[in-house]
Design a binder for this molecule. Structure first.
Ligand code: PRP
Length: 180
């Protein structure tokens, strides 16, 4: 059913697994001997978080936050609001923010700025997908899974109208599904 709405598989389960392992090795090398705090920005990053945290051979804690971004149609705006804040204090911690996708940069530039003001030891951003063609605000991306073209992608946590998040791969949605 879900499969019928997919035009093309961009990254298979196997490719995603390999890339997540590679990112984990990079993080382990960079944070050797330290503890990291993984922050998953809900909802899209929950699958990436689940896989990356299990690939990571480092002491780590996990926390979650939700933000809503007000924009028209398929693009976000600069107006971002925290709808669920972290449960833990990040002061003095080595924070890695996990995102499913970095698009315009509006959400992340706002969020990273808020987190910096809470005095963590360090903050880095890790996004599974990067769509640089759509960037409006510059955001430093430390760990990137894949750079992708400006296509409507779903699966592995990414949604269209809250559906398709449970697809185990990342695919391009058929334009007729979203009226494109
Ligand atoms: C996505 C993604 C980022 C944001 C990136 O979330 O998880 O938070 O958009 O877009 P930007 O760079 O243009 O700001 P979305 O609003 O789709 O919510 P979701 O995670 O609940 O799917």
């Amino acid at each position: 059913m879900l499969e019928q709405d997919i035009q093309e598989i961009l990254f298979s389960e196997e490719q995603l697994k390999e890339r997540v392992q590679a990112i984990a090795r990079q993080i382990e090398a960079d944070y050797e001997g330290r503890e990291v705090m993984l922050i998953s920005v809900l909802r899209g990053s929950f699958v990436f978080m689940a896989d990356l945290c299990r690939a990571l051979k480092l002491p780590c804690t996990m926390d979650f936050m939700s933000v809503s971004s007000y924009g028209s149609g398929t693009s976000s705006s600069g107006q971002v609001q925290i709808t669920k804040d972290l449960s833990e204090d990040i002061t003095g911690r080595h924070v890695i923010v996990l995102e499913d996708i970095l698009d315009s940069g509006n959400t992340l530039s706002y969020l990273l700025n808020i987190l910096e003001h809470r005095h963590p030891a360090s903050v880095r951003l890790c996004a599974l997908l990067d769509k640089p063609d759509r960037r409006v605000k510059p955001v430093e991306l430390h760990y990137c899974g894949f750079t992708i073209p400006d296509a409507f992608v779903v699966g592995y946590g990414l949604d269209y109208d809250q559906h398709y998040r449970n697809l185990p791969y990342i695919g391009i949605l058929k334009p007729e599904v979203y009226g494109g």
